[in-house]
Structures are given as structure tokens and as C-alpha cells.
Design a protein around this ligand. Structure first.
Ligand SMILES: CC(C)(COP(=O)(O)OP(=O)(O)OC[C@H]1O[C@@H](n2cnc3c(N)ncnc32)[C@H](O)[C@@H]1OP(=O)(O)O)[C@@H](O)C(=O)NCCC(=O)NCCS
Length: 159
């Protein structure tokens, strides 16, 4: 993973990769422009984006309660030829730290079932039953309660 830079990014820097990974056949009904107010994170090898995610304040739609305010993680992607090398975890860690610094108390996401193990390996909880997102497939909610005392966030804060 040498030469990887993970940082806040402009939408223009990450959108093409997010769409290529998540919408390989083009938009689906209900797709719209990315929400205003979202922050974008990218992992870069030089100028080339290899991983990305977006975060924004959003109410928790799932079962049970989460500490508020809640933020949503969206469009978490890694370029296919870089998966399994820690890029996704690095982007997710920056997303968590950025949300925490901006005042979020918890993060949630609509996770494809194929990505659940990734979130769990990164310390997130899987919540609720499987539900189907039309044109995409089965999903579950994943959540993370943000605490500055979490080991990786503590590391970032003392950096
Ligand atoms: C899900 C995704 C973002 C993960 O990114 P990644 O860079 O491959 O993940 P990492 O290499 O950082 O993996 C972090 C940990 O999760 C584990 N992991 C990642 N993907 C996994 C999978 N599909 N199944 C099991 N474990 C997985 C890794 O083994 C690693 O575990 P470790 O800490 O024990 O080594 C990437 O596979 C992807 O873009 N998938 C397609 C798009 C997608 O489904 N996005 C999520 C939408 S909800």
C-alpha cells in the first residue's frame, strides 16, 4: 500500500470511481445528484483515486436507537484491483474521524450483504434484518457509535 494518501476530496475527484463501482450499468430509478453538504474522502496513489466514500448528516432510519446526531456513510468503494490491501479500511477510518470531528455521535450505512464482513472487520455492527434495494440487491444496516476513546480514533487525534 506504499504511496497511498487518504484525504478529504472534492466530489469531482471521487464521483467517477463511485459510479463505476456501484452503478456499472448506469443510474437506477431513484438515483439523484449527490446530496448537498456531503463530505467526500478519497484514497489516492499519486493523482489516481483508488478508494472513496462520502459522509453527511442524516437521520437514522433503522430499528432501535443510535446516539445523535447521526451521519450516513455512502458510496464506499475501492477500485477492484486494489481490494483486500487495506484501502477500504483506510478510507473508512478517515470517514469515521472526519464525522467525529464534525460532531457526529454515530455513523450508519446501507450495506450490501457482500460488504458486511468488511464493515464487521472494521468494528461496525450489523443491525436489523436483510432488506432488498430494488435494482441493487440485499442490504442490511451497519452502524458505528463514534467515541474519541476508540483506539484508532485516539491514534488519529493524538497524531
Ligand atoms: C467493500 C470494499 C469497500 C472493501 O474494501 P477493501 O479495500 O477491499 O477492504 P480492506 O482491504 O481495507 O479490508 C479490511 C478488512 O475487511 C476484510 N474484508 C474486506 N472485504 C471483505 C469481504 N468481501 N469479505 C470478507 N472480508 C472482507 C479484509 O480481509 C480486511 O480484514 P483484516 O483487517 O482482517 O485484514 C470493496 O471490496 C469494494 O469496493 N467492494 C465493491 C463495492 C461495495 O460493495 N461497496 C460497499 C457498498 S455498501
Amino acid at each position: 500500500m506504499g504511496g497511498l494518501t487518504v484525504r478529504l476530496a472534492d466530489l469531482d475527484e471521487v464521483r467517477a470511481l463511485q459510479l463505476a463501482v456501484l452503478r456499472p450499468d448506469g443510474p437506477i430509478p431513484g438515483d439523484g445528484p449527490p446530496p448537498a453538504g456531503a463530505l467526500h474522502l478519497g484514497a489516492f496513489e499519486g493523482d489516481v483515486v483508488v478508494g472513496a466514500a462520502s459522509i453527511l448528516p442524516a437521520p437514522w432510519p433503522g430499528p432501535g436507537a443510535l446516539p445523535e446526531p447521526t451521519w450516513q456513510l455512502r458510496s464506499m468503494v475501492v477500485r477492484a484491483d486494489r481490494r483486500g490491501t487495506g484501502v477500504g479500511a483506510a478510507v473508512l477510518r478517515l470517514a469515521e474521524d472526519t464525522a467525529l470531528r464534525r460532531g457526529a455521535a454515530a455513523l450508519w450505512a446501507n450495506a450490501r450483504v457482500g460488504a458486511l464482513a468488511f464493515y464487521q472487520r472494521c468494528g461496525w455492527a450489523v443491525v436489523g434484518e436483510v432488506w432488498d434495494k430494488p435494482f441493487v440487491g440485499p442490504h442490511r444496516f451497519v452502524t458505528l457509535v463514534l467515541s474519541p476513546s476508540a483506539p484508532h480514533l485516539r491514534r488519529l487525534h493524538s497524531a
